[in-house]
Design a protein around this ligand. Structure first.
Ligand SMILES: [Zn+2]
Length: 424
């Protein structure tokens, strides 16, 4: 029997185990924020991976953003050496899930199985992917015990809030220095390989005014009207210019194959009162107005250009508006990243997809960022992709689910990729 058939048979025999493992992971509510039960899920993974012959380490991201004694940021890194020296393939999954939200018809932490799907918060994003990678590794180890190199599986904190207490921390500690290939089983669909993501630049724009009595606004200067002029200038010149910038990155969905900008919030003037406040607002001219913008940019764009473009908008407004003054402050930046299509991990996974699914893999790029940013920038490892089961559109929604058949097939793909990269 050839290796593909043997792995297929071995994984088929693990179907019930895969379902139970996914359910167990969903039933540990690792909500983030606040970052609950990280230790519990790491302990669970620790027991599981020790049984499979891994050497494990539980690592608390002490001092990282979000880490506290009440909600410690625990991570697990497990490694299993092969029979000979060789390369290391690392599967990285985040263990946190986002808030439940409204509209569920199933128990979000029940792990209910219905018509070939497992339901729960984190089912597709990404406990199903984590379970599939564990089953893939266990099946590969059983089928090819003489492999060379090493397999690593990590479960990391806080991806949903930036990954600083998770992958960023591990990368800073040098955990990726001994790794050659990274697969992140995010829910990108079982036949798609995600090469990277667009860049992000968050900034705050503040316009300045002068407070005065609202009955005599001419004695003050309204910061909200100044901000209105900024938004109008954005509508006139910036949004059309962004829409014209197209990328060669295969971003999905199609609408994100260009530069985008979102205005996250605008706050100006008197703060909003509590809902039970029954008084009237007071009469004041707002002296401050703040806007937070979320600019997503392309691999063809330079971060300095992205910033200069916003500054140019503000300067044009200044030229045409007496008394206009502003401040521009960067909040957060992530550079775009895209792994080359001829990178070794891309080749191994795409050949495995073709072999299991009988069709060529699609290459995609994510509109938003994920932990690949830290592996690329801090870990300095370019040979990294996201590949895993589940439908991306279901992530963060009510009645989130992952398909059992999809998990089985992507586990086969991961196991076959292990065989190509580590032999045995
Ligand atoms: Zn995710």
């Amino acid at each position: 029997m050839d290796i593909r058939a043997r792995l297929h048979e071995d994984i088929a025999a693990r179907r019930e185990d895969l379902i139970a493992l996914t359910q167990d992971l969903i039933r540990i509510p690792t909500l983030n924020p606040p970052g609950a039960n990280y230790r519990e899920i790491c302990d669970y993974l620790d027991r599981r991976l020790l049984r499979a012959g891994f050497h494990t380490e539980l690592i608390r991201a002490e001092g990282a953003i979000g880490d506290s004694d009440k909600h410690p940021r625990w991570n697990i890194v497990a490694r299993r050496e092969g029979k000979a020296p060789g390369q290391c393939v690392h599967f990285n999954s985040h263990i946190d899930v986002v808030e439940v939200g409204h509209g569920w018809t199933t128990d979000p932490f029940g792990g209910e199985v219905k018509e070939g799907r497992i339901y729960g918060r984190g089912a597709c994003d990404m406990k199903g992917g984590l379970a599939a990678s564990i089953i893939a590794a266990e099946a590969f180890i059983a089928t090819c015990p003489d492999y060379a190199g090493a397999i690593e599986i990590s479960g990391t904190a806080d991806e949903e809030s930036g990954g600083f207490g998770g992958v960023a921390y591990l990368a800073e500690q040098g955990y990726f220095e001994r790794v050659q290939h990274v697969i992140i089983p995010e829910p990108l669909n079982k036949d798609r390989i995600c090469l990277g993501h667009r860049g992000v630049w968050w900034a705050e724009v503040e316009t300045k005014g002068e407070i005065a009595h609202g009955s005599m606004p001419f004695l003050g200067d309204c910061a909200v009207r100044h901000m209105g002029a900024v938004v109008a200038e954005m509508e006139d010149s910036l949004f059309p210019a962004l829409a014209r910038k197209r990328t060669e990155m295969p971003v999905v969905p199609e609408g994100a194959r260009q530069s985008t900008l979102n205005i996250n919030s605008i706050h100006g003037g008197e703060p909003e009162q509590e809902e039970d406040y029954t008084g009237m607002p007071s009469a004041c001219v707002p002296d401050r107005c703040r806007m937070v913008i979320d600019r997503r940019f392309l691999i063809e764009e330079d971060i300095d250009e992205v910033q200069a473009e916003i500054r140019a908008v503000l300067e044009r407004v200044r030229d045409g508006r007496p008394g206009f003054d502003y401040e521009l402050k960067e909040l957060f930046r992530v550079l775009p990243t895209m792994t080359e299509r001829d990178a070794p991990v891309v080749g191994a996974v795409s050949r495995a997809v073709e072999s299991v699914m009988g069709r060529e893999a699609d290459y995609v790029v994510s509109p938003g960022t994920y932990d690949q940013k830290h592996i690329d920038r801090i870990g300095r490892l370019k040979n990294c992709i996201a590949y895993g089961p589940g439908v991306l559109d279901l992530a963060h929604k009510p009645d989130e689910w992952v398909g059992i058949e999809d998990m089985m097939q992507s586990a086969e793909v991961m196991a076959l990729a292990l065989h190509e990269l580590l032999g045995g």
